[in-house]
Write a protein that binds this ligand. Structure first.
Ligand code: NAG
Ligand code: NAG
Ligand code: NAG
Ligand code: NAG
Ligand code: NAG
Ligand code: NAG
Ligand code: NAG
Ligand code: NAG
Ligand code: NAG
Length: 450
């Protein structure tokens, strides 16, 4: 015989010795042929309640039938082989143990009593005063008390419709559920309910409900923000309209409608800069002195282009042969254009925006063409490619030419300089004796000391 460790606090009492005695009894001992029965009307009792326990045995010679419990008890009767007791004020799960003697051998029996109690408080926490339609509403239910917890479930309800069913965990237990608020939820009653399911224990299903809370929803049908053309070709007129339900005041791009319930609109001539422009409309509604807001936005797409950006496409380029360069060019538009540059004549294509090796055959005029479903635009780009060798040759030739000129000049200067020298020489030396006309160039050369 094994006893669970579920005995009440009074373990240090003679109960322990009784248990030890009974446990140490060898199986099949004479007393155990006639065990003690522990009978109650139900092993599941309400908290704070009282119940009758009947300890009985079929032993022909029974003696000293007693009941061990931590609860207050009162004997209510006995007879041959039985004794009955009333137990009071049961507050938690407990064990009752009957003991007695049969043929001077101790005999026992026990029973576990489960206590149930209804929750003290079941409350659906307050709902928002106004719930926007199309947004999630969070329902929270708090449950304080209630036992046994493993048999307690919390149900969240819209009217009678079950939205969520969860076990009660924690003290107080809180369960939450999100529901998408619809227009039909306006004035709906939300609540929560606990279910204490004691049907396996032979009792019933016990429900406790929270007070209902009524939801107020609001919806503006938007506000509805309309574009006469969501994708407008450049240069066309686009009408932007914002409207909402009756009594709703709308404001479009900062301009309020003349009165609540009326739409507000304006027209614009779609330009390239309006592409991807976002229009805002805000709506306000006064209910019960409260102001409710909703906003809407819409994006306009303007179809334009293709346009080649002249500033971003240099139209004259001068590059050296066998150097790496990038041809910069951009086109814009909606839809996005493609851009290609082909050499006029050869149809040689140069990549745009990525480095490439410039060769002599790149020299020439290119036609750069942007294309989209809306059309094309073309510009001409002229690429001058220098030959490096040609340049080197011209440098060498230039240097040689310069050298040649210098040599000739030097020669001329020399010759001319000797003449001058001879003249001076003759003047200095023979100003008194020799006439200037008598000199000979040959002599002068021979006489020059330097
Ligand atoms: C207790 O059980 C015995 C035997 O089953 C029965 O005779 C007796 O009437 C019961 N007493 C009460 C108070 O129920
Ligand atoms: C049960 O408990 C209550 C309050 O705790 C007490 O007033 C009452 O006297 C108790 N009843 C018995 C029979 O002990
Ligand atoms: C509402 O909540 C559900 C689940 O919690 C989630 O899947 C859904 O995306 C939410 N909806 C909105 C509009 O927040
Ligand atoms: C919600 O409860 C209120 C008051 O109990 C009742 O007047 C109303 O009709 C209920 N709403 C719904 C949708 O059942
Ligand atoms: C509580 O629930 C468990 C499991 O569902 C079940 O075994 C047990 O008998 C229930 N308790 C009562 C008192 O009904
Ligand atoms: C809970 O429900 C039970 C019956 O299901 C009822 O006797 C009890 O008074 C309720 N408790 C509360 C706090 O309403
Ligand atoms: C706004 O646009 C929606 C859908 O594009 C259309 O159903 C509605 O009639 C339009 N309303 C107005 C006022 O143009
Ligand atoms: C829009 O502007 C363009 C250029 O300013 C003009 O040519 C065109 O006629 C305008 N369209 C409208 C509908 O006003
Ligand atoms: C709506 O827009 C206004 C101004 O544009 C802003 O002040 C407000 O907070 C927005 N309201 C919501 C609910 O987004």
């Amino acid at each position: 015989m094994v006893l669970p460790g579920l005995l009440p606090g009074a373990c240090g009492t003679p109960l322990i010795s009784l248990l030890l005695v009974c446990c140490l009894l060898p199986p099949g001992a004479p007393g155990q042929q006639f065990p003690l029965r522990v009978e109650v009307q139900s092993p599941v009792v309400p908290a704070g309640g009282s119940f009758l326990v009947n300890c009985s045995t079929d032993c022909p010679n029974p003696n000293l039938i007693a009941l061990e419990t931590s609860l207050s008890k009162e004997p209510v009767g006995n007879g041959l082989g039985w004794a009955a007791f009333q137990l009071f004020n049961v507050t938690g799960d407990t064990q009752v143990l009957c003991s007695g003697f049969c043929n001077d051998v101790q005999t026992t029996g026990f029973l576990i009593i489960t206590v149930y109690r209804f929750p003290e408080r079941v409350e659906l926490l307050p709902l928002p005063r106004w719930q926007p339609v199309g947004e999630n509403l969070t329902l929270r239910c708090q449950v304080a008390g209630g036992a046994p917890r493993r048999n307690l479930t919390v149900v969240l309800l819209r009217g009678e419709e079950e939205l969520s069913r969860q076990p009660a965990v924690g003290e107080p237990a809180e369960v939450t559920a999100a529901v998408l608020a619809g227009r039909e939820d306006h004035l709906a009653n939300f609540s929560c309910r606990t279910e204490l399911d004691l049907r396996p224990g032979g009792l019933g299903l016990f429900q406790n409900s929270s007070a209902p809370r009524q939801l107020q929803t609001f919806g503006f049908q938007g506000p509805i923000l309309n574009l006469s053309e969501p994708s407008a070709p450049e240069g066309t007129a686009v009408t932007v309209t914002c409207l909402a339900g009756p009594r709703v005041q709308v404001t479009l791009e900062g301009v309020p409608a003349p009165a609540p319930g009326q739409p507000v609109q304006f027209q614009l001539n779609a330009t390239e800069t309006d592409d991807r422009r976002i229009f805002f409309c805000s709506a306000t509604l006064r209910v019960d002195g409260e102001i409710l807001h909703r906003n809407s936005s819409v994006q306009l797409r303007v179809l334009y282009g293709p346009k080649i950006d002249q500033a971003k496409c240099p139209q004259r380029l001068t590059w050296k042969d066998r150097t790496i360069h990038v041809l910069q060019c951009q086109a814009r538009g909606n839809p996005d254009p493609t851009l290609h540059c082909f050499q006029e004549g050869s149809r040689l294509e140069v990549p745009i925006g990525i480095p490439f090796l410039v060769r002599l055959n790149h020299n020439g005029a290119y036609s750069c063409k942007a294309t989209s479903s809306r059309g094309t635009q073309t510009i001409t780009v002229v690429m001058n490619v220098w030959d490096r060798n040609a340049r080197a040759v011209s440098i060498v030739l230039g240097v040689l030419a310069v050298l040649g000129v210098v040599t000739i000049c030097a020669a001329l200067l020399y010759v001319f300089g000797v003449h001058r020298h001879s003249d001076i020489y003759h003047v200095n030396q023979g100003s008194t004796s020799l006439p200037l006309t008598s000199r000979q160039p040959e002599e002068a050369v021979g006489e020059d000391p330097s």
